[in-house]
Unconditional design. Structure first.
Length: 240
């Protein structure tokens, strides 16, 4: 495969006794217990993460998802995931037309088809197919029909922005918090700060009380993956 490598060849070339390869969100998941207060900020009301599973996800070229699972003895284990390829659909009736347009473009609508860098552009076009900027690409979702984040909701309830975090939070019962990472997520800060994001996250009967207690946070440090790789290396040394 062009651009690929064999782990054994790579380790031998650089004189490494052992080598472990992890994807970006698996590395970020390892970083979660190491992040300091200034390296995250709450989305919506601030809440103290409880003991339990921590979940991280974020849009980029695709949609990354990983979970950090507590184990006996204070250790952690990471569950890597292909959650971005899970099926994704409308949450409310006023989103039906938007998802119909998405299906016309991509066929099967996965979470990644909507909640990723290219997916957000695709979603902007589906929200308002007549609004194009000079280079023939749609404006950002935040500006589909105006400059304020609330315009994101025009023609779409935008519960879809919180649908995947809610689904995964319930799947893993992520009492330790749901963390959103990546450069695209950072650029969407005003949208994620909009009260509707948090309201949509909690509005999932009959689990409103459970979801209300789960913090949602944006990772603000630049290289959480490197922090995670260091944490993984330390955890590996302790086991060995």
């Amino acid at each position: 495969m062009p651009g690929g490598f064999r782990r054994s060849d790579f380790a031998r070339r650089f004189g490494l006794a052992s080598l472990r390869v992890v994807n970006d969100f698996e590395a970020i998941a390892w970083a979660l217990p190491q992040l300091r207060a200034g390296e995250t900020r709450p989305l919506g009301k601030a809440a103290v993460p409880r003991e339990g599973v921590k979940l991280v996800l974020g849009p980029g070229t695709g949609l990354g998802v990983a979970a950090l699972l507590p184990e006996v003895g204070g250790r952690w284990r990471v569950a890597a995931s292909e959650g971005g390829h899970a099926a994704f659909g409308p949450h409310a009736a006023d989103e039906d037309a938007v998802f119909a347009r998405l299906r016309d473009v991509v066929g099967h609508v996965s979470a990644e088809a909507v909640l990723s860098g290219p997916g957000l552009v695709r979603l902007a076009r589906a929200l308002d197919p007549t609004r194009l900027i000079a280079n023939r690409r749609p404006s950002s979702p935040a500006r589909c029909r105006g400059s304020r984040p609330r315009s994101w909701r025009h023609g779409c309830s935008c519960d879809c922005s919180a649908a995947l975090p809610v689904s995964l939070a319930l799947t893993f019962k992520a009492l330790g918090g749901v963390y959103i990472a990546g450069g695209v997520a950072g650029g969407l800060g005003p949208l994620l700060d909009d009260p509707q994001f948090r309201a949509a996250f909690e509005a999932h009967p009959p689990y409103q009380a459970l979801l209300a207690a789960i913090p949602t946070l944006l990772i603000t440090c630049e290289e959480p993956g490197l922090i995670g790789c260091a944490a993984l290396a330390q955890a590996t040394e302790q086991v060995e």
